[in-house]
Design a protein around this ligand. Sequence first.
Ligand code: AMP
Length: 126
Amino acid sequence: MPHAYDPTNIFARILRGEIPNKTVVETAHTLAFHDIAPQAPVHVLVIPKGAYVTFDHFAAEASAEELVDFHRVCAQICADLGLSIGSGGPGYRAITNAGGDGGQEVPHYHLHLLGGRPLGRMVERA
Ligand code: AMP
């Protein structure tokens, strides 16, 4: 089934400048900003500027330039915020939710970067 993108979603509105955000990094293809309801001391959302609904949509259809830019921004944030274990940081968690079972609330692909405290189990047991 094709990924139908809803251009009224809140992250599309942020990208159009209709809603403010607390920007962390912005590049030609990617925007990163602080989550409005942080679940950890660090809770940054990284989004592509293109109209992608989920991780798999982005991974399948984004250009190589978009894919590289997105992931380099993620790496820059991990380094800048002192999270990367490669530079002695404490680590972090990168999460993306997709669709109903994934619990996705905003239908524009986004990666949650969480850190600043031990984050516990990844998934609750049912
Ligand atoms: P998800 O459930 O993976 O779709 O996550 C959506 C995330 O977007 C949640 O963590 C919300 O707190 C966050 N969020 C919703 N609206 C805004 C906003 N205007 N600015 C920043 N984060 C937002």
